[in-house]
Ligand binder design. Structure first.
Ligand SMILES: Nc1ncnc2c1ncn2[C@@H]1O[C@H](COP(=O)(O)OP(=O)(O)O)[C@@H](O)[C@H]1O
Ligand SMILES: [Mg+2]
Length: 255
């Protein structure tokens, strides 16, 4: 990587433990502006923890984290539980409103902010559901709303935790295009995924995690038999598409 490029996320020798044993250990990674990074690894390998550390939601016991700019975070759907009948519009406005609270508790969104909420919902194809209760949506639709919420704050760094669980294939493709466009416009994307294949043409680097960072680099350098065996305990077979990209074949392996 070009040393002159802007480092946007700088993680140096980070260890974080919830209790005694570390969820991530001695992780060092530097992500540049406009990169599109896929984070992979088996269940419980620390992927969500890594995103939480980058988002500043938890503080590592050891190491240093620095992030430049506004961070948008789309949580893993399984970790979100809104039992209240909140409308889609309110979910997407939530962070914008939270940011304003210190200025004036009573002020709603400005016209420009309402526009942003609208555009974010449009981008994920959920504008028609703006007035629907969040709980009435399918799992995939809820994911898209959570993505819209992260987009609405105009992030410089966008963190996504398994954004495609329960999302149908056409929508998945649309979201991948959206993320790719954002990264081309300088937004840094870091996304946890089970299966990197659908986005492999857009990804700049893959981070393979199993508590420690096993490998971090170009997909074809990272997704080797040796590395996948280390991370998943099995070798993940790969195929090469017509355009020469390597596609791992995940089958039943879940991250
Ligand atoms: N809130 C928590 N309290 C205690 N342990 C946790 C908590 N969240 C995650 N862990 C543990 O930390 C490890 C990494 O979890 P996580 O980052 O969620 O992995 P992944 O997202 O890769 O499935 C797991 O062993 C998990 O059980
Ligand atoms: Mg997780």
């Amino acid at each position: 990587m070009d040393a002159e490029r802007d480092v946007v996320v700088d993680i140096e020798d980070v260890t974080f433990s919830y209790r005694d044993s570390p969820a991530i250990e001695n992780v060092t990674m530097r992500v540049y502006k406009g990169e599109f990074v896929a984070v992979m690894g088996p269940n419980g390998s620390g992927k969500t923890t890594l995103l939480r550390v980058i988002a500043g939601m938890v503080k590592p016991q050891k190491g240093r984290v620095s992030v430049k700019g506004v961070v948008g975070y789309m949580p893993q759907k399984e970790h979100v539980n809104y039992s209240m009948p909140v409308r889609v519009w309110d979910i997407v406005s939530m962070y914008l409103l939270a940011k304003k609270r210190s200025f004036s508790a009573m002020s709603g969104l400005s016209e420009e902010e309402r526009d942003r909420v609208k555009r974010a919902l449009e981008d994920v194809g959920m504008l028609d559901y703006a007035n629907s209760p969040f709980t009435a949506l399918s799992g995939g639709q809820q994911q898209r709303v959570l993505l819209a919420r992260a987009l609405a704050i105009k992030p410089d760094v966008l963190l996504l935790d398994e954004p495609f669980n329960g999302v149908d294939l056409p929508t998945q493709e649309r979201i991948i295009e959206l993320l790719s466009d954002l990264s081309k416009r300088g937004v840094t994307i870091i996304t946890v995924v089970h299966n990197v294949s659908p986005m492999i043409h857009h990804v700049s680097r893959v981070a393979l995690l199993n508590r420690k960072l096993i490998a971090f680099g170009k997909p074809e350098e990272v997704l080797t038999a040796e590395n996948t065996l280390k991370a998943y305990g099995v070798v993940i077979p790969v195929t090469v598409c017509e355009e020469g990209f390597l596609h791992p074949l995940f089958g039943d392996i879940h991250g």
